[in-house]
Design a protein around this ligand. Structure first.
Ligand SMILES: *Cc1c(COP(=O)(O)O)cnc(C)c1O
Length: 337
């Protein structure tokens, strides 16, 4: 079997995908064609956000979010060390400082209690728990934002994160690269925080056939600025550039493919619930710890990750599974800190 079987999915909707691609080829609007806006509208409605802004990757989505928040040198962004490099990479790219907050051992998502301790450490409290990175002085840094990651498709604990963020004036940027289709308390992933960012990398829950991403926000002002940042800080026309931005557009062809895939997305998410439930019930009596999904949460199951007893148990499992043709991967082999 495949780790993620994209061919089986393609087989189900091939005529729809081909029809959508043909339409783009016939029209010839490869850059910012009507499909981009069609997808933005459809996904904003799906997640329940006021605005969606398509971009070139999940990494660019995070970059646009940090740029619109004006994050830069001297700013501290709190995040989890248990994630893909892109989450913290964009913070460093902008010259800001990441402080890694430990995770909840059950959900693997950023622990809200430890977030509070980490913010307090900036003013001298709990300094031993969260020492500042080398070279940084507490007096010269400002706590600006937190990037919780919805790891493996499970939304982070926003009910507990939001009051902490409010207390310390932190902006919340939801890294929902893995969680589109997930839910918490009846609210869809990508609808949390001030800005949410997702990825359409092929292996993500909703993937295109290349790179792609999207930002979600309820703020009219933020989406307007991100729209400008997405295209070289564009002003009133192509050669009016009012801020420093990036070339971060989503290709029309990728938007067209995503629109086709969206037609079966909700069903796929439901089928993943059934598969995951079957795995979990079969694993309850085993030596591995299956993923635990808290009440009122739904995972998009970007990965189904089990916890092994230790490294040798893990290698033994990987070998056994490999022998019977079942691929596995370690998520993640190295923590970001
Ligand atoms: C995949 C991923 C990203 C980056 O998305 P790209 O589309 O590959 O740039 C960011 N954060 C997390 C948690 C991811 O899993």
């Amino acid at each position: 079997m495949q780790f993620i079987d994209l061919a089986a999915q393609q087989e189900r909707i091939r005529p729809l995908i081909e029809e959508r691609i043909k339409k783009v080829l016939a029209q010839g609007q490869y850059i910012m064609g009507p499909e981009v806006q069609e997808l933005e509208k459809a996904l904003a409605a799906y997640v329940g956000a006021k605005h969606a802004l398509a971009c070139a990757s999940g990494t660019d989505a995070l970059l646009l979010a940090l740029l619109v928040e004006g994050i830069g040198p001297g700013d501290v962004v709190f995040t989890t060390p248990f994630t893909f490099i892109a989450t913290a990479e964009v913070v460093s790219l902008l010259g800001a400082t990441s402080i890694f907050v430990d995770i909840d051992p059950v959900t693997f998502n950023l622990d809200p209690v430890q977030l509070e301790q980490a913010v307090q450490a900036l003013s001298g409290k709990n300094e031993h728990l969260y020492p500042l990175p080398k070279g940084a002085k507490a007096a010269s840094v400002r706590a600006r934002a937190v990037i919780p990651v919805d790891l493996f498709g499970l939304p982070a604990d926003y009910d507990a994160l939001e009051p902490v963020a409010r207390k310390f004036g932190l902006r919340i940027i939801e890294d929902a690269a893995q969680s589109l289709g997930g839910e918490s308390g009846g609210k869809k992933a990508c609808a949390f925080g001030d800005i949410a960012c997702t990825s359409f990398f092929p292996a993500k829950p909703l993937g295109c056939y290349g790179d792609g991403g999207m930002c979600f926000t309820d703020s009219d002002q933020a989406v307007e600025i991100m729209r400008s940042l997405r295209v070289h800080g564009q002003g009133s026309n192509k050669y009016d550039n009012v801020r420093i931005g990036i070339n971060g557009r989503l290709d029309t062809l990728q938007a067209a493919i995503l629109i086709a895939k969206l037609s079966i997305f909700e069903e796929e998410i439901e089928l993943r619930q059934q598969v995951a439930a079957r795995y979990t019930s079969a694993l309850l009596e085993s030596r591995v710890t299956p993923p635990r999904i808290p009440e009122r949460y739904k995972s998009a199951w970007a990965q189904y990750s089990v916890l092994a007893r230790d490294e040798s148990h893990r290698s033994e499992l990987q070998t056994k599974l490999k022998d019977v043709g079942i691929p596995t991967a370690i998520y993640y082999p190295k923590s970001l800190h």
